[in-house]
Design a protein around this ligand. Structure first.
Ligand SMILES: [Zn+2]
Length: 613
């Protein structure tokens, strides 16, 4: 662990005699300090005295040998062998000899050992600080106490707050991304140096004012990668007009995926509607056969149910995507055509509630079905005759319902062989249609992966999907062409692509194309330059983790040092892997896609998009 590598100052204390283990000690690190006494009990207490003949005034720097007085100062240090160490320092006050100096008397400083006025050595402070950065206040104090490092939660938090930001060279290429203090309510901004892949600052919000002010303080910046938001675009225009704006590829692909998903939702819902209409007929005709409810469900019922469930998941995906666009539940309800309460309920659940088999709608014919069936078995097939008999028994429903029921009996109360022969081949094909079980996100994911990375059955499904309608085939070709630009950085094909979208007349792409047109220079840069917000994504995730570990008590003064100070080991690891991957950076991003698996949830899709982009 890290603390064992950190030698405290007394690891240089040497024991020279075996019989008197603590009698002779040499201090190597502090040449101007003399050890007067060592007391080893449960605590190690060292009494020290400063011996340098002079000290320099902290105000004017003049050396002085004129001692005014002495006093005792107590310092705590890192433990040794599990025992806490306390230093009792005899330090001196000096007169400043310079007449013009405002400071007449000063205390000699021990810059290698501790900060002025501190009660802990620098190394102990550093250890507590690291505990605070990695684990937070209370967790840091708990771990510290296990290791014999004393420091309360408040001390640790104070040290973390006081930590100056890490020293970094002025950035040239940065990425901006937002992160949620509280989803849909309050957002902050994370800024990363994209050349180093390191977070360099954390801003309290994402307003034009805050971001542009920060940018003005860093005139060295010449390239800025950002998402498609107009806020950041305006902030950059205001604060860093010299910088080239790069629209982040991850966000581009994510937005494209949203459009493709809408198109697929429309197409799949259409397919489902056709299927549902056909199934509804089948269900209605099956009822009069008098099959008990517990009978195993037929394939068509199963498919219809899958379709219903798939439609629900499609709607749910639509809801979450609208929610991500910060729409209110009332607005979402209006768009997806559902009750606001249901929308809120589903979003709170975080998934799609399972829809069981649908209960047949009650019909006025229900009480007479048994009679109808009985007469039918007796050989009476005459609709008019049966209607008269039913009306005599009190039936008040429509004639149509009776005829529909008779037609159903014609089809289904016959032998299974007859039943299957009645089904057209087209119908059986439709019943086996695997597309109906696909959610829009699964279908989108099929579109977004490279064809040679798909399994055989996935390739088959993709083929079927593309053949299902011309709009689906066009959608596929458009998505593929855009992803090619993203992967190969061939932004010069953008105009051609935009023309192709226009020619396709696909409504689902409209919002995406409008967005691209409005931000064309940045999109072009994103599809040409190697920069993207990739490094930010990981840092935003790390930030979220830290924020959550602070149980909502995180404020910027504490969150910022914890995000900006990364452990040295972490940094070394990062540098190592960076050097290793430098040459493969372009190819590597695409190779990563090979490890991707098909996903069922939209969150997973979002993660996977980052691998594509
Ligand atoms: Zn002075």
């Amino acid at each position: 662990m890290w603390y064992t590598k950190k030698l405290n100052i007394f690891s240089h204390v040497l024991t020279l005699s075996r019989n008197q283990p603590h009698s002779m000690i040499i201090f190597l690190d502090l040449p101007d300090v003399h050890v007067e006494e060592v007391d080893v009990a449960e605590e190690i207490i060292l009494t020290l005295r400063t011996i340098s003949p002079t000290a320099s005034c902290p105000s004017c720097g003049t050396q002085s040998s004129h001692i005014q007085s002495r006093y005792r100062r107590t310092l705590h240090d890192l433990p040794s062998g599990g025992r806490p160490i306390r230093l009792i320092m005899h330090v001196r006050r000096f007169f400043c000899k310079k007449n013009t100096c405002a400071q007449k008397i000063f205390v000699e400083r021990l810059p290698t050992l501790c900060h002025p006025h501190a009660q802990r050595t620098k190394q102990l402070q550093e250890a507590l600080c690291q505990l605070g950065l990695r684990g937070g206040g209370q967790a840091g104090a708990d771990v510290g106490s296990e290791l014999g490092i004393s420091g309360s939660r408040d001390t640790i938090l104070r040290l973390v707050r006081q930590l100056p930001p890490p020293v970094r060279s002025e950035p040239h290429v940065i990425g901006l991304d937002d992160w949620a203090w509280k989803r849909r309510l309050r957002y902050g901004t994370l800024i990363c140096d994209l050349e180093l892949g390191l977070p360099i600052d954390l801003l309290a919000d994402r307003s034009v004012e805050t971001v542009s002010t920060w940018l003005k303080e860093h005139p060295s910046i010449d390239t800025i990668s950002r998402d498609g938001s107009s806020e950041y675009a305006s902030a950059i225009k205001k604060g860093a007009p010299q910088a080239r704006q790069v629209s982040d590829r991850w966000h581009l692909v994510k937005n494209l995926a949203a459009c493709v998903s809408v198109q697929l939702t429309q197409s799949l819902t259409e397919l489902r509607r056709t299927e549902a209409a056909a199934t509804a007929n089948v269900e209605q005709v099956e009822q009069p056969s008098g099959e008990p409810q517990s009978h195993p469900r037929t394939r068509s019922e199963r498919h219809a149910q899958q379709a219903r469930q798939a439609e629900r998941s499609v709607r749910y995906e639509q809801m979450t995507s609208l929610q991500n666009q910060r729409m209110k539940s009332a607005e979402i309800a209006a768009v997806v055509g559902m009750a606001e309460r249901t929308v809120r309920d589903w979003l709170r659940r975080g998934d799609v509630p399972y829809s069981g088999p649908r209960k047949p709608r009650p019909s006025l014919l229900d009480p007479y079905k048994a009679y109808l069936l009985e007469r039918w078995h007796q050989g009476c097939r005459n609709g008019a005759q049966l209607e008269r008999e039913l009306r005599a028994k009190g039936y008040k429903g429509s004639q149509k319902a009776i005829y529909r029921s008779l037609a159903a009996l014609e089809l289904f109360v016959s032998s299974p062989s007859r039943r299957s022969s009645v089904l057209t081949s087209e119908e059986s094909e439709r019943q086996l249609n695997p597309l109906l079980a696909l959610s829009a996100s699964q279908a989108t994911w099929l579109f977004f992966r490279k064809e040679d990375e798909l399994k055989a059955e996935e390739q088959e499904t993709l083929q079927q999907l593309r053949q299902a309608s011309t709009s689906l085939e066009t959608t596929y070709q458009l998505a593929k062409a855009f992803l090619h630009m993203v992967r190969e950085l061939t932004g010069e094909q953008l105009d051609e692509w935009l023309e192709a979208v226009q020619a396709s007349h696909l409504e689902a792409f409209e919002s995406f194309v409008t967005g691209v047109q409005q931000d064309k220079d940045a999109v072009l840069a994103g599809l040409t330059l190697p920069w993207s917000n990739g490094p930010l994504e990981g840092n935003v995730n790390r930030l979220k983790l830290i924020k959550r570990s602070m149980y909502g008590r995180a404020e910027l003064d504490l969150l910022k040092p914890r995000v900006l100070h990364r452990s040295k080991q972490n940094q070394e690891r990062k540098d190592k892997s960076k050097n290793k991957n430098k040459q493969e950076q372009q190819v590597g991003r695409l190779k990563k896609a090979k490890r991707m698996k098909s996903s069922t949830t939209s969150q997973h899709t979002t993660i996977c998009i980052s691998k594509v982009a």
